[in-house]
Design a protein around this ligand. Structure first.
Ligand SMILES: Nc1ncnc2c1ncn2[C@@H]1O[C@H](COP(=O)(O)OP(=O)(O)OP(=O)(O)O)[C@@H](O)[C@H]1O
Ligand SMILES: [Mg+2]
Length: 504
């Protein structure tokens, strides 16, 4: 039986070799293309399978194809179990340094809605014999590509749904595996020249997560729900005709976890962070250039927005000017306007966030933080612009319990009751609570750390009471002064009346 099969294969091979020799010998080169095309047509007529290739490099400038990379990730996720020959590569910017993918000429099968397809990784050498120093494929001029084969009966399902599904999943796998980055803006003096760019980055490795973030549980769940809704909201935002972006304003006293929350959001969403230092931005034009370079799936952060700029200045100045009775010297006015236009302004920032920026790529989050929400211009924080205002407050009992679990690995203790009471009476930031909870030496046990915190809380409570008493004293003093002043004014008025009317 086997012998017969070998004999048949041998004669088939011989026929192929014979036909190839005839083709090379007798068909003149100018007709070879045409003969090949006819032969292809002939075989296609009987071949029920369709093949699609996805080359590694495409386009005129031979850019690495996004589709190829996405397919590679998609296939890698499965091929390490299914393919027998694997290729191990060290991939830059990935959480797992060694990535396994199917080796050249290896084939695996996949199934989609009951349809079977075949994927193979191929490598072809180009005809270029000469060494080409500008080649994208390296000295050997090898072209790699993936080949997808399926039955022509399933043409629609594969070309319409399956390929879309592969690319989407591949991209998601890529994103979940990549290392997050923290970008900071370079001063514009360094924007030009070789290899200079507007943003510099380092690997973002902040360990903060929503589990370790100490805050009111309900508030935390609320934020998480909001983020999940945003992540899945592509179609929803398109339906309502709104740009797919979300603005958060985090406000609260120092050390209450605003920056920690940003890190937790980045880790949860798997987004890069673009930390925009406004004081290093010269004017609105520069601001636009920086913002336009932030990609989708990113968080743009502007910390301490109240300190970065006098964002309310412009509006106030305008008002003061209109109240000014004397018109200004035109030269001075010109100078002032020039200096104004060469700065980053509130309106420049807002116009850009609301306008063009929203149109260039979705899935972006912008976060402002401030210690003084009351100082911000209402225009900056109105709804629609900053979708969610999140107050990060002094440590409450629930937040303390998270910190005690994080720092001391305890969930209950007899001192918790005292601490609960003191947290209501004293104002202490989670940063200070954490600092007191952290054991400073090996012989500091849970009891010692909790007592340390109680002592600090008692001091904070006394300090708060002292401050309140001082404020009350000042208020009383001010009220007294005002009433004396009013009495004086009344007396003055009576004296004037007496003078004018001439009677007592
Ligand atoms: N809510 C919190 N949960 C967990 N850790 C916290 C929290 N708040 C503060 N911390 C701890 O305190 C440190 C300082 O907190 P963070 O920098 O997030 O405060 P912030 O609100 O951004 O302060 P600032 O207003 O000064 O920028 C963090 O490194 C973290 O360890
Ligand atoms: Mg901060």
């Amino acid at each position: 039986m086997m012998g017969e099969l070998w004999a048949q294969m041998g004669s088939l091979m011989a026929t192929v070799v014979f036909m190839y020799t005839v083709f090379e010998r007798f068909v003149p080169p100018q007709f070879r293309d045409r003969v090949q095309a006819y032969a292809q047509k002939f075989t296609n007529h009987f071949n029920p399978y369709i093949q699609i290739t996805f080359p590694e490099f495409s386009g005129e400038r031979l850019k690495k194809s996004e589709a190829y990379t996405a397919i590679q990730s998609y296939l890698s996720a499965n091929s390490s179990q299914r393919a027998k020959r694997l290729k191990a590569e060290v991939v830059k910017d990935s959480q797992t340094p060694l990535v396994l993918s199917m080796d050249d000429n290896e084939e695996i099968t996949d199934e989609f809605e009951g349809v079977k397809v075949w994927w193979s990784a191929k490598k072809a050498s180009t005809n270029q014999q000469r060494y080409n120093p500008f080649s994208y494929y390296g000295a050997s001029d090898e072209k790699r590509y993936y080949k997808l084969t399926f039955h022509k009966r399933y043409r629609d399902i594969i070309t319409v749904s399956y390929i879309k599904h592969v690319l989407k999943e591949g991209k998601e796998i890529e994103l979940s595996k990549r290392q997050l980055k923290l970008y900071t803006n370079n001063p514009s003096s360094g924007w030009h020249g070789y290899k200079q760019s507007k943003w510099s980055h380092i690997v973002f490795e902040h360990p903060a997560t929503f589990e370790t973030l100490a805050m009111d549980q309900k508030k935390k769940e609320d934020i998480l729900k909001d983020l999940v809704k945003f992540k899945k909201g592509k179609d929803y935002y398109a339906k309502i005709g709104k740009a797919w972006k979300r603005g958060y304003l985090l406000y609260g006293p120092p050390g209450t976890g605003k920056s920690t929350m940003i890190a937790a959001i980045a880790n949860f969403m798997n987004y890069d962070v673009y930390d925009l230092e406004l004081t290093a931005v010269k004017d609105n034009t520069e601001l636009r250039k920086l913002l336009i370079e932030t990609p989708s799936k990113s968080i743009t952060v502007i910390e301490d927005i109240d300190c970065s700029l006098d964002l309310t200045g412009q509006r106030k100045k305008k008002k003061e000017e209109s109240e000014d009775e004397e018109p200004k010297d035109p030269m001075r006015r010109n100078e002032e306007e020039n200096s104004k236009s060469s700065k980053v302004t509130l309106s420049g920032l807002l116009n850009f966030i609301d306008g063009i920026w929203s149109a260039c790529g979705g899935e972006r989050i912008i976060i402002f933080t401030t210690n003084h929400v009351e100082k911000l211009d209402p225009a900056l924080i109105r709804r629609g612009r900053m979708d969610k205002h999140i107050e990060m407050s002094y440590c409450c009992y629930e937040a303390f319990k998270v910190l005690a679990k994080n720092y001391l690995d305890v969930e209950s203790h007899q001192l918790f009751g005292t601490i609960r009471q003191l947290l209501v009476e004293a104002d202490m930031s989670p940063a200070d609570v954490a600092e007191n909870l952290m054991p400073k030496s090996l012989d500091e046990d849970v009891q010692t750390c909790l007592q340390k915190l109680i002592k600090a809380l008692v001091e904070a409570k006394e300090e708060k009471e002292r401050k309140r008493a001082e404020e009350e004293r000042l208020m009383e003093l001010q009220e007294k002064e005002e009433s004396t002043q009013m009495e004086e004014n009344n007396k003055e008025k009576t004296r004037e009346n007496v003078k004018e009317n001439g009677f007592h």
